[in-house]
Design a protein around this ligand. Structure first.
Ligand code: KG4
Ligand code: ZN
Length: 338
């Protein structure tokens, strides 16, 4: 029997991006994201402002996604949304909107785990090869740093995670200390290409097993800059490229130390990377080098790697195939575990 096509409308609102996507089976028809510029002036996401911006963004974002997909809302077969983890106020907007839409269209509702979705983004079909199970999913962004053992679409085990800051936060906070705007990650990446990665040495924080720690790194950068600036007030300006290169080099070293350990311990050399930080050119070069050592690397296109609703849609699609729906009594879960 041939399965009927599914048209899933997916909503992502866990942090500061309001995103809506429509998927026809495992392919994306539209993926629309309203980024919130409001947080730039604060150097980080302000939860209350994020929640309010979601409220004003959600209707137009959903509207444009439906229009771009070229379908009628009555053709939709299910509504998916991010249940968690994320910011409570932000999650609530997407959750409530998804519930009312599913109720009014009388179609099933599917709750999605944000971190699982980051990993399942690799299965969005755009003609590329997809990772076979088992593989290691590595999610690195401003909100997450995780190594996950993936044995099936929704069978995932977190084998390593950050105990404090995410790697993207380490980039952003170090950048802030050097006077760079938010988010500083892409700027550090660019400037690092002009600098010497061995110019300055920063400590590698200790964390047990496959876990990460980045807060000590940020403090080390703070003290180092304070000390150097007391000797030379123009230290940062005069050494910006070398500082960026050295900071990036250290952060990559921290990441790869644990990644190599995870590959060794699990015996899994298939590595699928995601999250905003995977755009970093130093990380990409380091991953390519690993390919020479027999690692099989997967990197999704940038639009599916930062927070987006297409990844929520693909995760929901695999649940839809199993008829894994949720009730209208479902609630947002800021601390949802894998
Ligand atoms: O996935 P994302 O867009 O949002 C979440 O945090 O969930 O990731 C944003 C993070 C920021 O910390 C930003 O500085 C970092 O990704 N980022 C980068 C680069 N592009 C984005 N970090 C280093 N190098 C980059 N090229
Ligand atoms: Zn995310």
């Amino acid at each position: 029997m041939k399965l009927q096509n599914s048209y899933i409308l997916a909503i992502e609102s866990s942090c500061d991006d309001t995103s809506c996507a429509i998927l026809k089976n495992n392919q994306v028809l539209s993926n629309v994201t309203a980024a919130q510029a409001i947080h730039e002036q604060y150097g980080g996401v302000v939860p209350e402002l994020a929640s309010r911006a979601h409220q004003s963004n959600i209707v137009p974002t959903v509207d444009v996604a439906i229009k771009n997909a070229g379908i009628d809302k009555n053709e939709l077969t299910a509504i998916a949304f991010t249940k968690g983890p994320g910011l409570m106020g932000s999650l609530l907007v997407g959750t409530s909107f998804a519930k009312s839409l599913a109720l009014s269209l009388n179609i099933p509702l599917i709750d999605v785990h944000h971190m699982q979705a980051h990993i399942l983004a690799h299965f969005i079909d755009h003609g590329q090869r997809v990772p076979e199970f088992p593989f290691l999913g590595v999610t690195i962004s401003g909100g997450h740093t995780q190594i996950v053992k993936v044995t099936d679409y929704h069978k995932m085990e977190v084998v390593g995670t950050t105990q404090d800051d995410a790697i993207g936060e380490a980039f952003d906070k170090s950048g802030k200390l050097m006077g760079l705007g938010y988010p500083a990650g892409p700027q550090i990446d660019k400037l690092a290409q002009l600098g010497n990665p061995s110019a300055f040495e920063f400590p590698i924080p200790k964390a047990p097993g496959l876990n990460f720690s980045f807060s000590g790194f940020k403090t080390a950068v703070l003290y180092f800059l304070q000390k150097e600036k007391s000797k030379n007030p123009n230290f940062v300006e005069e050494n910006l490229a070398d500082l960026c290169a050295s900071i990036q080099h250290t952060l990559i070293k921290i990441l790869f130390k644990k990644l190599e350990k995870a590959v060794k311990e699990t015996g899994i050399k298939r590595v699928a990377i995601g999250g905003g930080v995977s755009a970093n050119s130093g990380i990409r070069t380091a991953l390519q080098a690993k390919q020479q050592q027999g690692w099989d690397i997967f990197i999704p296109p940038f639009e599916y790697t930062t927070d987006n609703a297409a990844m929520i849609g693909i995760s929901a699609y695999f649940k839809y195939l199993n008829k894994e729906f949720c009730g209208l009594d479902v609630s947002a879960a800021p601390r949802l575990s894998m």
